[in-house]
Write a new protein. Structure first.
Length: 108
């Protein structure tokens, strides 16, 4: 009678899982802050969702909670930057319109 092969002993180190949403939030937060300001909103939402999922299941062993936190913070900063940029562009065009209206009305 043959015996089944022996399995190796379990690893003394717990398995380490990486939450995909946390990594995505970090990457989108960096890209949103440097290249595409509109991605900050997506990074903020993904980071918040990843933090909720990581905190909801602490026994899952996710190791990149910090990535989710930093991605969320970068998303918030990127969103504020994006909104400020939009307001700056609107103010610029508003001043240009007022300047054009003032010069065109003074010619009469």
């Amino acid at each position: 009678m043959t015996h089944p092969p022996q399995l190796p002993p379990p690893s003394p180190f717990p398995t380490q899982l990486s939450h995909g949403g946390a990594t995505a939030a970090l990457v989108l937060g960096i890209v949103g802050l440097t290249l595409v300001p509109g991605l900050g909103i997506v990074a903020w939402v993904l980071g918040a969702k990843a933090l909720q999922e990581i905190d909801a299941n602490p026994l899952a062993g996710y190791t990149n909670r910090e990535h989710a936190k930093v991605g969320k913070i970068l998303g918030i900063v990127g969103t504020v930057y994006f909104i400020g940029l939009i307001l700056l562009v609107c103010c610029y065009f508003g001043v240009m319109i007022l300047a054009f209206a003032a010069t065109s009305s003074s010619t009469y």
